[in-house]
Each structure stands twice: as structure tokens, then as C-alpha cells.
Ligand binder design. Structure first.
Ligand code: FPP
Length: 251
């Protein structure tokens, strides 16, 4: 009301960019007497329905944490199944992504991935590069600290070549070299599975993101859960360091 009276634009009700930690697959499977990898298979199906719901709700960008830098320490059989799932998902979903206007990109250290997976990633990225309806980023072999380190190396190399001076290194210069360069920071972060941690996801980009934690395991995450997270976001007052009075149009 105050916003409308003062002619201030209403804050967006739907987040432009949502980042999700899809946690709880292993526990979901174990509670059902199934191997952990069955939880990941179910999780892959839910990732797909979540992308569909993001499009339905008018979200512009969605970033999913599929495999962290630290997940390499898991039993080799579980890692193998996850890598196989990524390959299968790419092969089976590529056409759907193209038809639904999704532009898919991968973020993370690709040098650690198999050659076939790297090739499939590059192929689907190219095939979807002209799409504009939803930008989907899948983080594979990704860590927020890795991301900051790789951006720092790029900056150091540019200084070494004489292309940048020390004074040119500011927040924008770092942002421009991170994996999500060119995208707005996530407005809403969702983590399923009951834990309340960031777990080395998008450390830089989540500085002012609204955090939403959902106790359901990822395989149980539904459109209703997603809607509840969006409702939570819509009720948040985003101050970005300013006062409540200021964001409502006051001095
Ligand atoms: C975390 O649950 C989940 C993962 C490490 C893998 C996430 C992968 C998928 C959802 C499938 C593939 C996704 C795409 C985009 C094709 P956890 O295993 O840590 O569960 P726990 O905490 O119960 O052990």
C-alpha cells in the first residue's frame, strides 16, 4: 500500500533466478530399503518436473546443484551412476529442452569429467544456445570456492599480461569471471532434505539471496513445494543493506 502510494514499483512476486540444492536423494531411497542410486534416479525425474514448473511460473533462470566438487569422495559406484544419469538425462531431454525454449549451460570444473560427458554437454549447450524462455544452469563438479579460485586465476593472468591493473579489480571484475557471469544473482535459494547449509554452492552469488529450506527430500519435491518457496520469497522484504524505510521509498 505504502509502495503504491509513493509510486514505488512493487517488488517482484516471482523470483527471476532460483538456485536449488537438490538434497536428500540417498536418505529417501534408504528409507524405502532401496539403493541410494534409486534416489538419484527419482531425483533426476524431479529435476525435470521442476524445470517445467519454473517455466510455468515465469522464472527466468534456474540453477541446479547436481554434483559438487566434494561429491567425488563418494563411493565410486555412486559416482558412476550419477555420471551415467547425467549422460542419460542429456540424451533423453535434449529435444524437450529445445522445444520448450530452455537454454542449458553447465557450470563446474569440466576437466574432471569423462570425454563423452564433456562432448554431450557442449553439444546440448550449442543446440539450446538460441533459446530464451528459461536459462537452466546445471552445476556438475562445481564448488563455490573453486569458482572464486578460477576467477582469481583469470584476473591474475590478465594482470600478468598487462591487460588489467590492480585498481581494475573490483566486484564487477570478479563477477564477470565467475561461472554465472551475465546472469542476475539468484533471488531465491532452495535447499531440500532438511539441512540448513549452503554447502559450497554459489558462495559469491548468494550474498543477498533469500534462503528457503524445505524438510522434504528432493525426490518428494513437488510443484506445491516450489510454489510455497515462491510465496516465501514474495513475502520477503529485500533490503540489500538499506533500511526498511528506504526500500519503501523513504530517504
Ligand atoms: C544430494 O543428495 C544429491 C546429489 C549429490 C545428486 C543430485 C542429482 C540429481 C538430482 C540427479 C540428476 C540431476 C540432473 C539435473 C539430471 P544426497 O545423495 O546427498 O542425499 P542424502 O543427503 O540423503 O545422502
Amino acid at each position: 500500500m505504502v509502495l503504491a502510494q509513493q509510486g514505488v514499483k512493487d517488488p517482484p512476486v516471482v523470483p527471476r533466478h532460483v538456485a536449488i540444492v537438490m538434497d536428500g536423494n540417498g536418505r529417501w531411497a534408504q528409507q524405502r530399503g532401496l539403493p541410494r542410486t534409486d534416489g538419484h534416479r527419482e531425483g533426476s525425474r524431479v529435476a525435470r518436473t521442476t524445470v517445467e514448473h519454473a517455466i510455468r511460473r515465469g522464472v527466468d533462470a534456474l540453477t541446479l546443484f547436481a554434483f559438487s566438487s566434494e561429491n567425488w569422495t563418494r563411493p565410486v559406484e555412486e559416482v558412476d551412476v550419477l555420471m551415467q544419469l547425467f549422460l542419460e538425462a542429456l540424451d533423453s531431454q535434449a529435444r524437450d529442452l529445445i522445444e520448450n525454449g530452455v537454454r542449458l549451460s553447465f557450470i563446474g570444473d569440466r576437466s574432471t569429467l569423462s570425454a563423452p560427458l564433456q562432448e554431450d554437454m557442449a553439444r546440448v549447450e550449442l543446440a539450446t544456445s538460441g533459446n530464451t524462455r528459461l536459462r537452466l544452469q546445471v552445476a556438475v563438479s562445481y564448488g563455490g570456492r573453486w569458482d572464486i579460485v578460477q576467477a582469481s586465476r583469470q584476473l591474475a593472468a590478465a594482470v600478468g599480461r598487462g591487460e588489467l591493473g590492480l585498481d581494475d579489480i573490483d566486484e564487477q571484475a570478479v563477477s564477470d569471471r565467475l561461472s554465472l557471469a551475465g546472469l542476475p544473482d539468484p533471488d531465491l535459494f532452495i535447499r531440500t532434505g532438511g539441512e540448513r547449509r549452503i554447502s559450497n554452492f554459489l558462495l559469491w552469488n548468494l550474498a543477498y539471496t533469500e534462503l528457503y529450506f524445505c524438510d522434504s527430500a528432493w525426490p518428494d519435491f513437488s510443484a506445491d513445494h516450489f510454489d510455497r518457496a515462491i510465496d516465501y520469497f514474495a513475502a520477503c522484504e529485500r533490503r540489500f543493506g538499506a533500511t526498511s524505510h528506504q526500500v519503501r521509498g523513504g530517504p
